[in-house]
Ligand binder design. Structure first.
Ligand code: PLP
Length: 386
């Protein structure tokens, strides 16, 4: 394979199995909701993450929406989530009519500051204040969040936990009572995304996983229009058309079979970036020391305050390398500017200083060298970016 002139940020890698399974759908005429691939993808996915149930959905956002609803989200319910996340985490909760509580990040892993949230909930409970009914914990950029303080909230106050594991398929915890568990499997439900840029893709799609059979049954019911009597158009709830198609599931099954190789590549890419970036004196990468990350999208903070990250991204583009800034915190986004929050300064710092580097599993060693060489040159100011 040749090094590419334009290095992409993240692009899907499809193999012969993907072609074969999709062709099977075409040959058999099962391109929509009928056909064997959805059930097979669900059961293989459940097996791969180590849980009893998986419910396929049309997107990761749809998966979160339904999982939050089954967990009890509705008007009058309070959902706590990190302010530093992709906006879909918040949108899914908002669709249910619930109120949001945005929580700052902790500087090490960039995930929700679980201690900050924990202590605030304990304080509020003591004085009879309103506490979150649900915590939507996000494992950002493939790094598992610190879950122990949240499990304590569940135990003491009955707080439900919905994991947004959209970016973290294959990541797992290595310490504490959850050691050995994959992300998505310790909450009441976990949600994944198969958007084109995620660890595996179905073109577009998502998955809800849960240990509880009744949770899975309710989720399936809601994703398929809440049919009480399927052949008679009798419905017992306001459901959604959130099902996954057979073609998407066929792609998903092939991608799932490639997952171990993809994860290995993601981890190799991260290791090489870490080695190359040692020479850059002022960068910092997220560190969830309690976990084994999936390194979905390799990102770092530029600690040299003389470097403008927006200009850095522009400079990299000129060098034919696609990089990207991280998310502006939700409390800086128009729909969520007025929402209640705990802190937010750490999240703002991560946004201000953060940049994501090309992380496709087909990224080549020479391309990684080029990426870091360009970064170094731009950060040194040779190209007017200092
Ligand atoms: C991608 C993503 C989603 C949404 O997934 P879609 O499949 O794009 O709907 C939700 N949360 C996070 C953190 C994501 O990165």
């Amino acid at each position: 394979m040749m090094e590419r002139t334009l290095v992409p940020l993240l692009e899907p890698v499809l193999d012969d199995n993907a072609r074969r399974y999709v062709n099977e759908c075409l040959d058999q005429g099962y391109v929509s909701s009928a056909g064997p691939f959805v059930a097979e993808f669900e059961s293989e996915f459940a097996k791969a993450v180590g849980i009893r149930n998986a419910v396929a959905c049309a997107s990761g956002t749809a998966a979160l929406h339904v999982a939050l609803r089954v967990a009890g989200a509705r008007p009058g319910v309070l959902v706590a989530l990190p302010t530093f996340t992709f906006i879909a985490s918040a949108n899914a909760a908002t669709y249910t009519g619930a109120d949001l509580l945005l929580v700052d990040s902790e500087p090490g892993s960039w995930n929700v500051n679980a201690d900050l949230l924990h202590d605030e909930v304990v304080r509020r409970a003591r004085r009879g204040g309103r506490i979150p009914d649900i915590v939507e914990v996000v494992h950002v950029l493939g790094h598992p969040a610190d879950i122990a303080p949240l499990l304590d909230l569940r135990e003491r106050f009955g707080v439900k936990i919905v994991e947004d594991a959209a970016e973290a398929l294959g990541a797992s915890w290595t310490t504490g009572e959850v050691a050995g568990s994959q992300v998505g499997t310790v909450g009441d439900a976990g949600c994944f995304s198969f958007n084109g840029n995620k660890v595996i893709t179905t073109g577009g799609g998502g998955m809800i996983v849960t240990a509880e059979d009744s949770f899975a049954a309710q989720a399936k019911h809601l994703t398929t229009q809440a049919k009480a009597l399927p052949d008679q158009y009798v419905h017992d709830d306001v459901g959604y058309n959130y099902r996954m198609t057979n073609v998407a599931a066929a792609l998903g099954l092939a991608q799932l079979q490639a997952l171990p190789a993809f994860l290995q590549r993601k981890r190799e890419i991260a290791k090489k970036y870490n080695e190359l970036c040692v020479e850059l004196s002022v960068v910092q990468t997220p560190n969830a020391y309690w976990a084994k990350p999936s390194f979905w999208l390799y990102s770092l903070l530029v600690r040299n305050s003389a470097v403008d990250v927006g200009r850095l991204v522009e400079g990299m583009r000129t060098a034919r390398i696609t990089t990207r800034r991280l998310w502006p915190p939700l409390h800086r986004q128009k729909p969520y500017a007025a929402v209640e929050r705990l802190g937010g300064e750490v999240a703002e710092g991560i946004f201000r200083r953060g940049i994501s580097l090309p992380s496709s599993v087909n990224l080549m060693g020479g391309e990684q060298v080029r990426v870091v060489d360009s970064l170094r040159r731009l950060m040194d100011g040779e190209d007017g970016c200092g």
